[in-house]
Design a protein around this ligand. Sequence first.
Ligand code: ADX
Length: 209
Amino acid sequence: MKHYTSNTDNSDGNIVWHHASVTKAHRERLNRHKSVILWFTGLSGSGKSTLAHAVEDRLRQLGCHTFVFDGDNVRHGLCRDLGFSPEDRAENIRRIGEMVKLFLEAGMIVLTAFISPFHKDRQWVRSIVPDGSFIEIYCRCSLEICESRDTKGLYRRARTGEVKDFTGISSPYEVPENPELVLDTGVLLLEECVDRVLEVLTQRGIFSV
Ligand code: ADX
């Protein structure tokens, strides 16, 4: 398999960027909100997807244009050829990063729910989008709680060795160093977490265009 890097660049002179006449600013004005990426990161079972969908539902009620990307779903299609080695996880996040960058240009509020365990991969996504567009939300939940939930039975299978390279068991999770928001998803109620995310969006002027 061809291995990509975050630096892969096809600018050999034969491919020329075509600038759109309808810009992100136009779309933001039409939508009446700014576009932004809400990047939820945390262990499997920490509540990323549940929270992302709950935030999306609240945003829908406010009339926002949103889309949720979830690890398990994306791995059924765009990233179906990838496994869970550090290289494959980096490629997973690289593809997702490029995809959410396009959705940002499209004027959306993009919510992602990927374990994204490696600092450098998260940093890379942050680096390819404009300052302030990447809001990293650490869903902090102990391994004990995630493992006791074990909604997919994967922790049990990781403990027996049947599932390899499992985050938190046989593969590392690098805790975000400076996220915009930390939520104790093992302790807080879902609605409390949603409120905290909405507060951050309000503080950052996402709803004032
Ligand atoms: S990431 O590390 O590359 O960001 P991603 O979020 O796409 O991971 O996928 C994680 C989901 O894949 C988990 O929620 C879990 O359901 C499933 N999964 C299957 N095998 C593994 C594994 N070895 N490590 C982590 N998650 C796994």
